[in-house]
Design a protein around this ligand. Structure first.
Ligand SMILES: Nc1ncnc2c1ncn2[C@@H]1O[C@H](COP(=O)(O)OP(=O)(O)OP(=O)(O)O)[C@@H](O)[C@H]1O
Length: 241
């Protein structure tokens, strides 16, 4: 279970302090899929970064299965069980796709396992397995590789920030299937930040973040209809792909 208590994150812009995440508290139950949505600039990605340890909270507490991880750095949080896409996968000479997947999994993966992972995110394994992670990969290919690295091993909590961004319809469908598969097993918590109706519809609970605060949180059946009718909700939700 993830418990987030009174989380606050501020930035200093030209000497003026601004709260981007304002005293946010919520929980994610074991096996639950929480989808976070809301208008652009509301603070969703920042919240994710604070949870991952990329940004340091100014106040508040984060507990993962009762363990206080608030002061942990990124590596320590990853070890504690938080999985998230590499924002910038390592791009040094010799880092191939299969090496990256093995790195993410924490063990040397046999080729057939890497192939399965790549197919799962819509990448044709044969073409990618030995390819170097460099500037020749397209944005959509990189995004899917990032997602494959998160899925490479089981975590207590997986965080995906707009997994739909920049990927084609076919790959998006494959991703949705991956999320459904993980969700069905109920052994990992999933936190997905998304504007996509198809992803929002998979949620057990939906949390709407606006202006750094939780505007709504509740079961899908309760919150989804309000997104469809609410002005702000409509603005933040993209049509089904
Ligand atoms: N380090 C920073 N310094 C200054 N402002 C920041 C910083 N990080 C985020 N912001 C601002 O905080 C606000 C929230 O940004 P964030 O990326 O978290 O929003 P979001 O809800 O994920 O938006 P979107 O739906 O567009 O992805 C924005 O106004 C952004 O410009």
């Amino acid at each position: 279970m993830l418990e987030v208590k009174n989380l606050t994150f501020k930035v200093n812009e030209n000497g003026v302090e601004r709260s981007i995440v304002k005293d946010i508290s919520f929980t994610v139950e074991n096996g639950e899929m929480l989808v976070i949505t809301g208008p652009n600039g509301g603070g969703k990605s920042t919240l994710a970064k604070v949870l991952m340890g990329i940004e340091k909270a100014d106040a508040g507490q984060i507990l993962l299965d009762g363990e206080d991880i608030s002061e942990y750095d990124i590596d320590h949080r990853a070890k504690a069980g938080i999985g998230f896409a590499f924002q910038q996968p390592p791009r040094f000479k010799g880092m191939t796709v299969n090496k990256l997947l093995s790195l993410a999994a924490g063990e040397t993966l046999p080729e057939h396992v890497c192939c399965k992972m790549l197919s799962g995110v819509g990448l044709c394994a044969k073409e990618y397995l030995n390819r170097e992670i460099d500037g020749t990969l397209s944005g959509g290919e990189m995004k899917r590789l990032e997602i494959a690295t998160v899925l490479a091993k089981s975590h207590k909590l997986c965080i995906f920030d707009e997994p739909e961004a920049g990927i084609d319809l076919w790959s998006f469908s494959m991703l949705v299937q991956q999320f459904e598969r993980i969700h069905k097993k109920k052994d990992q918590m999933l936190m997905l930040i998304s504007h996509q109706e198809r992803i929002i519809r998979m949620a057990d609970r939906i949390m709407v973040i606006e202006d750094g605060t939780i505007k709504k949180i509740g079961p899908r059946e309760e919150v989804l209809p309000t997104l469809l009718t609410d002005g702000a909700g409509c603005a933040c939700m993209e049509q089904e792909m």
